[in-house]
Structures are given as structure tokens and as C-alpha cells.
Design a protein around this ligand. Structure first.
Ligand code: HEC
Ligand code: HEC
Ligand code: HEC
Ligand code: HEC
Length: 161
């Protein structure tokens, strides 16, 4: 009698604990959905793109371009620079400051491909990342104000990897 009572109680506790962890885990996935994670999180699975980006893309140093001029800028001018020169400024998981979020301090993979959390969480499901890019994906930063003539075709590959 007493034993089966204990067992039942034990089992229920187990089930409750298991449910609790499943709940926290899925809550964490939902809470993180759509987050920016930074280019280093892509390196293991996309080594070639990562190496090429680090070596050849000026974007891999685009935070530095702002940092060296920061002393001459007002805080609001500086914020404007961040909208193009770093990753995910003001968005979940994105750049906050050079000190707090060094991994987001350049225009990384996600500047073009969009936030990567869901893609990584689903073991690289290609449906969950922006793979095919349009000129409009570049124009948010390479707009007429910045570049007199943005010749998309050669640049499409030139700026990436
Ligand atoms: C989030 C803003 C942003 C987006 C989106 C963006 N770029 Fe850039 N890109 C930059 C910045 C900032 C630089 C300048 C980096 C520096 O030198 O500080 C740059 C530099 C470049 C350069 C200069 C050469 C080099 O080697 O890096 C090319 C080419 C380029 N981008 C192409 C593209 C193309 C093509 C797209 C779209 C597929 C694109 N960019 C989307 C911000 C962006
Ligand atoms: C609307 C997006 C955008 C904003 C805002 C922006 N930049 Fe840029 N910046 C670019 C792009 C795109 C390039 C590279 C393409 C080009 O040369 O036109 C660039 C290039 C540069 C470069 C030249 C790097 C090189 O190697 O020649 C410097 C320096 C720079 N930006 C600093 C700044 C600073 C400082 C701010 C803020 C006051 C700022 N940018 C704001 C998009 C932006
Ligand atoms: C300047 C924008 C830009 C940046 C930054 C960028 N990519 Fe790309 N990426 C592209 C373009 C453009 C394509 C080709 C898409 C197409 O064929 O339409 C591409 C394609 C890809 C592909 C598909 C396979 C291939 O090579 O064609 C992968 C994987 C990829 N990128 C990963 C990355 C990773 C990882 C990073 C960061 C290390 C990164 N990308 C940074 C623009 C970018
Ligand atoms: C756990 C491994 C893994 C990580 C981490 C990962 N990816 Fe992928 N990625 C994949 C796989 C697998 C594919 C599908 C490859 C294929 O179909 O050839 C893929 C495909 C892609 C594609 C092409 C999508 C398309 O439409 O064809 C892009 C772009 C891409 N990844 C970007 C990124 C970026 C950016 C990051 C970092 C934020 C990242 N990946 C992190 C495994 C990963």
C-alpha cells in the first residue's frame, strides 16, 4: 500500500519535472526565435563562407570604420552609423555596444542573410534563413545617398564571400 503510494508520488514528480524542463526548453526556443546570433555561430557549418568573409569582406571591419571616427560624433550620429555598420542594432540579440556585444560589431553574415537563430536551432534548415538575395536586401545600407551608382550584379558577390 505504502510502497505503491510512494511510487505513484515519485512518478508524478518525475513527470512533472520532465514537463517542466520541456516547457522551459520550448519557452527558450520561442523567446529566442528571430534573434541575431553573430557570424561566429555560423563558422562551424559554413567554414568556407566564414573564412572568405573574414579575409576579403570589408564588412568584417565595418565596426572599426565607425569606431575610429566615434570621437568626432555625437551619440545620435553614432547610433545612425550603427544601423548599417554593425549587425542587428536595436533588434533581439543584435548589437548594443562595442563593449557589451563585440561579436556583433561588424556587418556580419546576418546583415545580408537575416537573423540566424531559428536556422541554427533547426540544424541548418535552409527554409529558415534568407538564401536568395535581391538588390533590395543591399539597398537598406547601399542606398543612393551612400553610393552614386550601386552596380548590383558584380557587387552581389563582391561584398559577401
Ligand atoms: C547592414 C548594412 C549592409 C547591407 C544589408 C549590405 N551591406 Fe555591403 N557594406 C556595408 C558596409 C557598412 C560596408 C563598408 C564596410 C567598411 O569598409 O566599413 C559595405 C561594403 C560593401 C562592399 C565593399 C567591398 C568589400 O569588399 O566589402 C561591397 C561590394 C558590398 N558591401 C556589397 C553588398 C551587397 C552585394 C549587399 C547585398 C547582397 C550588401 N553589401 C548588403 C553594409 C551593408
Ligand atoms: C545607410 C547606411 C550607412 C550609414 C548610416 C553609415 N554608413 Fe558608412 N558606409 C556604408 C556603406 C554601404 C559603405 C561602403 C560603400 C561605399 O563606400 O559607399 C560605407 C563606408 C564607410 C566608410 C569607408 C570605409 C572604407 O574602407 O573606405 C567609413 C569610414 C564609414 N562608412 C563610416 C561611417 C560613419 C562614421 C557613419 C556614421 C556617421 C556611417 N558610416 C554611416 C553605409 C552606411
Ligand atoms: C554582402 C552580403 C552577404 C554577407 C555579409 C554574407 N553573405 Fe552569404 N550569400 C550572399 C549572396 C549574395 C549569396 C548568393 C545567393 C544567391 O545565389 O542568390 C550568398 C550565399 C550563401 C550561402 C549559400 C551557398 C553559397 O555559397 O552560395 C551560404 C551557406 C552563405 N551565404 C553563408 C554565409 C555566411 C556563413 C556568412 C558570414 C560568414 C555570409 N554568408 C555572409 C550574401 C552575403
Ligand atoms: C548546425 C550547422 C549550421 C549552422 C550553425 C548554420 N548553418 Fe546555414 N546551413 C546549414 C545547412 C545544413 C544548410 C543547407 C545546406 C545545403 O542545402 O546545401 C544551410 C544553408 C544555409 C544557407 C543557404 C540557404 C538556402 O536557401 O539555400 C544560408 C544562406 C545559410 N545557411 C546561412 C547561415 C548563417 C548566416 C548562419 C549563422 C547565423 C548559419 N547558416 C549557421 C547548416 C548550418
Amino acid at each position: 500500500m505504502e510502497f505503491s503510494y510512494l511510487c505513484k508520488k515519485g512518478c508524478l514528480a518525475c513527470v512533472a519535472a520532465a514537463l517542466f524542463f520541456v516547457c522551459i526548453q520550448s519557452a527558450a526556443v520561442v523567446a529566442n526565435s528571430g534573434r541575431y546570433v553573430g557570424s561566429d555561430a555560423c563558422a562551424d557549418c559554413h567554414e568556407e563562407q566564414y573564412e572568405n568573409y573574414k579575409k576579403f569582406s570589408k564588412k568584417a571591419h565595418s565596426g572599426e570604420s565607425v569606431k575610429i571616427m566615434a570621437g568626432d560624433l555625437t551619440p545620435s550620429e553614432l547610433k545612425e552609423c550603427y544601423t548599417c555598420h554593425v549587425t542587428g542594432y536595436g533588434k533581439p540579440g543584435g548589437f548594443v555596444s562595442f563593449e557589451e556585444t563585440p561579436a556583433m560589431a561588424d556587418a556580419g553574415c546576418e546583415a545580408c542573410h537575416g537573423p540566424g537563430y531559428d536556422h541554427i536551432e533547426a540544424d541548418g534548415d535552409p527554409e529558415l534563413i534568407k538564401g536568395t538575395l535581391q538588390v533590395s536586401d543591399c539597398e537598406t545600407c547601399h542606398n543612393a545617398e551612400r553610393v552614386a551608382a550601386f552596380d548590383y550584379k558584380p557587387l552581389l558577390y563582391g561584398g559577401a564571400h
